[in-house]
Ligand binder design. Structure first.
Ligand SMILES: Cc1ncc(COP(=O)(O)O)c(C=O)c1O
Length: 376
């Protein structure tokens, strides 16, 4: 059998990782400025993470949600403390798309409505509602097309107000990333997020904060939405949560009441997933990783902004988009092949940096030195 060939891949086979570095099958070492797509939050092969997972494996690898799994309660308690939402509720699932799918459903269950507001440039995943709220017609199958989703221009307050005025109590929820990732690192403006909050309050709609890529401490605050000092009704988290072990979650405000059977999953919240997520949060606290993300992110951004050859540097903390002038379209390729540095991309002209939150200043300097030698 062959693989179903849907991915655009870097032509390198990665077979080993340690801290912020990975190695290919030929033994070449790479600095990982991409964190396996914002997933590697505590670095590769962190000793505490490995201990937690291996000792869990020796006790119980799996049981489903048909029994009590106290690790889920431990995770809910710890996560509540770290993200500052101790009075919220946690629903565990397996991927960012599944988290958004469930968040949109939960909002609709709760207010009995159908319309959803989403924004240009948004990416919320590939399951049916998540993809319907994603601004990319190429990945929306005919069966996913729906009249229930209204797309508005990102950060356009007037369009938002007019849409609420038009659809009023038909609007179930508004879904928005604190910083758009896939489209090229675009910040949702504080005043825009604040207006979403007041309009949701006024019309009884729910605010869903997609924190799958921009959350979990990556931007220097637990949720990128926190920069606007607003609280969403449901946050969705995934990527960095398990440092590579698939786990995702909905952080749900006390406004919502759970009903048996309303949401569910076989694998969500399994013991290994919970052990991995607990290990990540323990390391966050022990090593002050959210502060480090802010500190090194600020350093990288300040240094990158000094290059006149760069059109724009966007983002916060360790979620950085570098918009290049057209003549540097090969920069990402050169970083991999000549400097052995892996980065992400958004379109042809934006390089995305999403490294582990414990990246050091020395590692950031390795990246900056490579950039300096390429931008001439
Ligand atoms: C903001 C955002 N939401 C949702 C998703 C979907 O997550 P997953 O690929 O885990 O389904 C992604 C993935 O890149 C994302 O960036």
């Amino acid at each position: 059998m062959k693989l179903f060939d849907v991915y655009k891949r870097i032509d390198t086979e990665i077979i080993k990782g340690k801290e912020r570095f990975v190695w290919d099958a030929k033994g070449n070492q790479y600095l990982d400025m991409f964190g396996g797509h914002a997933v590697i939050s505590i670095g590769h092969l962190h000793p505490h993470y490995m201990d937690r997972l291996t000792s869990q494996l020796k006790h119980l690898g799996f049981y489903s949600n048909s029994v009590r799994l106290s690790l889920q309660e431990q995770l809910a308690e710890k996560l509540g403390k770290v993200c500052g939402k101790e009075n919220h509720q946690l629903f565990l699932c397996n991927s960012g798309a599944e988290a958004n799918e469930n968040a949109l459903k939960l909002a609709s269950f709760a207010n009995g409505r159908k319309k959803i507001i989403a924004f240009t440039g948004a990416f919320h995943g590939r399951t049916s509602l998540a993809v319907a709220t994603t601004d990319n017609p190429a990945i929306i199958a005919p069966v996913n097309e729906t009249d229930n989703v209204i797309f508005l221009s990102h950060n356009d307050i007037q369009a938002l107000e007019e849409t609420f005025a038009k659809y009023k109590e038909q609007i179930s929820s508004v879904i928005i990333e604190g910083i758009q990732g896939v489209s090229g690192i675009y910040i949702s403006k504080p005043e825009f997020l604040q207006r979403i909050r007041t309009l949701c309050n006024a019309y009884g709609a729910y605010f869903i904060g997609d924190a799958v890529q921009c959350g979990y401490g990556r931007t220097g605050k637990f949720f990128a939405h926190d920069y606007a000092c607003v609280e969403a009704d449901i946050y969705t988290v995934a990527k960095g949560m398990g440092n590579g072990f698939p786990i995702a979650g909905l952080i749900i405000s006390p406004k919502f009441t759970a009903k048996t059977g309303m949401l569910g999953t076989t694998f969500g919240g399994n013991p290994l997933a919970c052990a991995s997520a607990l290990a990540v949060l323990e390391i966050f606290e022990e090593e002050n990783l959210i502060e480090n993300a802010l500190h090194i992110g600020d350093y990288l951004k300040t240094e990158l902004e000094k290059f006149t050859e760069i059109k724009e540097v966007r983002g916060k903390g360790l979620m950085i988009g570098i918009e290049l002038l057209g003549r540097y379209k090969d920069l990402r390729k050169n970083l991999i092949n000549k400097h052995r540095i892996i980065t992400g991309e958004a379109g042809q002209h934006v390089i995305r940096l999403l490294p582990a939150l414990n990246i050091t200043k020395g590692e950031a300097d390795l990246f900056l030195t490579a950039i300096k030698s390429e931008l001439k």
